[in-house]
Design a protein. Structure first.
Length: 115
C-alpha cells in the first residue's frame, strides 16, 4: 500500500469559488423564475384587459337597450296622452289628473298651496 496521497487527475477549485459558483447558479434560477412570473403576470393583465373590453361592450349594449326603453316608453306615453286628449277634447299640457276623482284640472285652477 502506498501511504502517499493519490493525486487526482481532475482540476480543483477553491471553496470560495465553489460557493460563488453555487450562488451564481441560484441567482440565475431566481432570475429565470422571476422572468416567468412577470411573463405570466403580463398574460394575466392582457386577459383582464380583454375581459374589461368585453364588459364594456356588454355595458354599451345595456346603455343602448336602456335608451331604446326610454324611447319606447316616451312613444307609448305620447300615444296615451293623445288618446286622453282626443277623449276629453282638450290638451293635457299644464294639467293634472286627480288620483282619486280622475278629474283633469288645469294647473291654474288649483288653489295655491301655502309654503
Amino acid at each position: 500500500m502506498n501511504d502517499k496521497k493519490e493525486k487526482s487527475d481532475h482540476p480543483k477549485i477553491s471553496p470560495d469559488m465553489y460557493w460563488e459558483w453555487r450562488c451564481t447558479i441560484e441567482e440565475l434560477k431566481a432570475a429565470k423564475l422571476n422572468e416567468k412570473r412577470v411573463h405570466l403576470e403580463k398574460e394575466l393583465k392582457q386577459k383582464e384587459i380583454e375581459i374589461n373590453k368585453l364588459r364594456l361592450a356588454l355595458f354599451r349594449e345595456s346603455v343602448s337597450s336602456a335608451r331604446k326603453g326610454v324611447t319606447s316608453a316616451e312613444t307609448e306615453y305620447e300615444k296615451m296622452k293623445q288618446r286622453i286628449e282626443d277623449k276629453i277634447g282638450m290638451s293635457l299640457n299644464n294639467c293634472v289628473i286627480d288620483d282619486i276623482s280622475y278629474e283633469v284640472k288645469k294647473l291654474e285652477d288649483e288653489p295655491n298651496q301655502p309654503n
